[in-house]
Design a protein. Structure first.
Length: 301
């Protein structure tokens, strides 16, 4: 059944009234839409009154599209807005809960977090003794090599600095003993290359933010597309949404690929600067050392 509000929306879309009447009708339709968006989620108990007010503010920019994009088939305008409000309110609460979890993780104390967890067991970082033991023929061969050749010792040090982003303090202690230099000296070198790679790390973080933005846009468009297909919306509108969704999904996949192919934060230039040697020497040294370690592992496995 075509309700009075539905007919008024269709009249506004057909633009059959004078400009003055159109403006007055548009203001009235906006107010009626806001009332439904605010009251319906409260009535069906998906939102509290306070949450509904936040939700209405978040939906303000979409009021225009609800009025302009409505297509009458069987669903009245009131039912159409209620359906949108119901689905969007659930998404709104999901995003709000996610923000709260992120806020708690960032700003809550350890004790406060423990109270929120089901289990009070603390996660401890443990080093696998099998992976970080020097009691093997392979390690004996590598120790012998770096003892006989200061060049290979320097090349192994370059490999360690290249992995600066991934090293734990206990691993730094082990490596300093293994190659025979002071732990404080090695830690200072690792800290130096880590600080030098800060710009590249910030760029990677920016890529992560872009990836997340494309992901949320993709999910939002997917929800809208599903909603409009359910309501048998105008095929032209559905096609536009599908194109937007495909474009957003493509950007999301590309951003993931960019992150996967992004090289290590620590560059050969960072290592060369830290060790006070030409970059070409670092390039060739790392290449030779990687081949040597690969052959060594293949031989003793």
């Amino acid at each position: 059944m075509k309700t009075l509000l539905t007919q008024q929306v269709l009249d506004y879309q057909s633009n059959i009234r004078s400009k003055k009447d159109q403006r007055a009708l548009y203001a009235y339709l906006q107010d009626q839409t806001r009332i439904i968006v605010y009251t319906y989620p409260v009535r069906v108990k998906t939102l509290s009154s306070e949450e509904a007010l936040e939700f209405l503010l978040s939906m303000e920019n979409r009021i225009v599209s609800l009025i302009h994009n409505f297509t009458y088939d069987v669903l009245s305008f009131e039912s159409y807005v209620k359906k949108v409000a119901f689905l969007q309110s659930k998404m709104f609460m999901s995003r709000k809960r996610k923000r709260m979890r992120r806020h708690n993780a960032l700003f809550s104390t350890v004790d406060e977090l423990d109270e929120q967890l089901v289990s009070n067991q603390q996660v401890e970082y443990k080093v696998d003794p099998q992976k970080w033991s020097d009691k093997s023929e392979l390690c004996d061969e590598l120790k012998k090599k770096i003892k006989e050749s200061s060049v290979y010792k320097t090349r192994l040090l370059q490999i360690i600095l290249l992995c600066a982003d991934e090293l734990h303090p206990s691993q730094i202690t082990f490596l300093s003993e293994f190659i025979g230099i002071k732990e404080s000296t090695l830690a200072k070198m690792i800290s130096g290359v880590y600080q030098q790679s800060e710009v590249k790390r910030a760029r990677t973080q920016r890529l992560v933010e872009i990836k997340n933005k494309h992901y949320h846009m993709k999910e939002h468009l997917q929800q809208e597309l599903h909603l409009f297909k359910q309501m048998h919306a105008d095929p032209l509108l559905v096609k536009q949404l599908e194109q937007s969704y495909d474009r957003s999904a493509s950007y999301f996949r590309k951003s993931i690929e960019d992150l996967r192919t992004r090289p290590n934060h620590v560059t050969h230039s960072n290592i060369a600067k830290q060790l006070n040697m030409p970059k070409g020497t670092v390039d060739s040294g790392l290449s030779v050392m990687k081949k040597y370690l690969k052959n060594l592992v293949d031989e003793y496995e």
